[in-house]
Design a protein. Structure first.
Length: 266
């Protein structure tokens, strides 16, 4: 029994030494570490992502095109001790075109929140309430208020970010003119960042409306570089998208992504 305890003690020392060696011997540049952190929704630092998505073949006749602009900041709020609240508001504006006709569409503001530990070395997880404001008119989305839960988990060994964020919303209110507020959204992703701050990411955006029994799934394959942008680390990403699963009115086929994400200092 003493020998077993001694072996266990040596094993624990070995694991601790290996972890320390990995941290000390890291070959990732500071820009690369920032690029990896920006892929993690639950990283405890202010992140400002701005993206442009080009989608095509929308509508029942598949003749419309869409320019989708999204701003989805990630803002950690300290709650004292080892707990923090990560606030993730989502603002989306669409510009839809069909022949010579153009319509603007401001989607309802969404707010995902995550109660999470302040810092974890390789594993981040959080859960919290979710809310979606009602649309101002039926053309912009559901006029119901969406209430529900958001959650996320990410594994982040050196170079990698593997995990997903999601929210589940239930529509509250009787106005169904813009459709139901019942919705499940999941965003699994895997990314790899090189020592020289190039990041390659493969992600999916899955949306399921259980009232309409309709699901869409858009895949995105992107790559880009983390650079110094007016004194801040900024990551520029671009790549194709593809709608694997569609509905009659959703986008179809290939599209494109262009994104700029800025990491603010702690």
């Amino acid at each position: 029994m003493p020998i077993c305890r001694y072996c266990l003690f040596l094993a624990l020392i070995g694991l601790h030494s290996a972890a320390m060696a990995q941290t000390v011997d890291s070959t990732m540049s500071e820009a690369a570490k920032a690029g990896q952190s920006m892929q993690n929704t639950l990283y405890p630092q202010v992140v400002l992502p701005l993206s442009y998505n080009y989608n095509q073949k929308l509508g029942a006749n598949s003749l419309s095109q869409q320019a989708e602009f999204s701003f989805t900041p990630i803002i950690p709020v300290s709650l004292g001790g080892d707990l923090q609240l990560i606030v993730n508001p989502m603002f989306t504006f669409n510009r839809n075109g069909n022949d010579q006709q153009v319509t603007n569409q401001a989607q309802p503001m969404q707010l995902a929140t995550f109660f999470a530990p302040v810092f974890e070395k390789y594993f981040y997880a959080g859960i919290g309430p979710y809310i979606q404001l009602p649309a101002t008119n039926a053309n912009n989305g559901s006029k119901q208020t969406g209430l529900g839960v958001s959650a996320g988990a990410f594994f982040t060994p050196e170079h990698w970010v593997i995990g997903a964020a999601m929210f589940n919303s239930w529509g509250v209110g009787g106005d169904m003119s813009g459709g139901s507020g019942n919705m499940l959204n999941a965003q699994p992703k895997i990314s790899y960042t090189t020592d020289t701050a190039w990041t390659y990411s493969f992600s999916s955006q899955i949306t399921y409306n259980n009232m309409a029994k309709a699901v869409t799934n858009q895949l995105t394959l992107s790559g880009g570089k983390t650079i110094n942008f007016f004194g801040y680390h900024a990551n520029i990403q671009a790549g194709p998208t593809y709608m694997v699963t569609t509905t009659p009115t959703s986008a179809k086929g290939f599209g494109g992504l262009l994104a700029l994400t800025v990491l603010l200092p702690k």
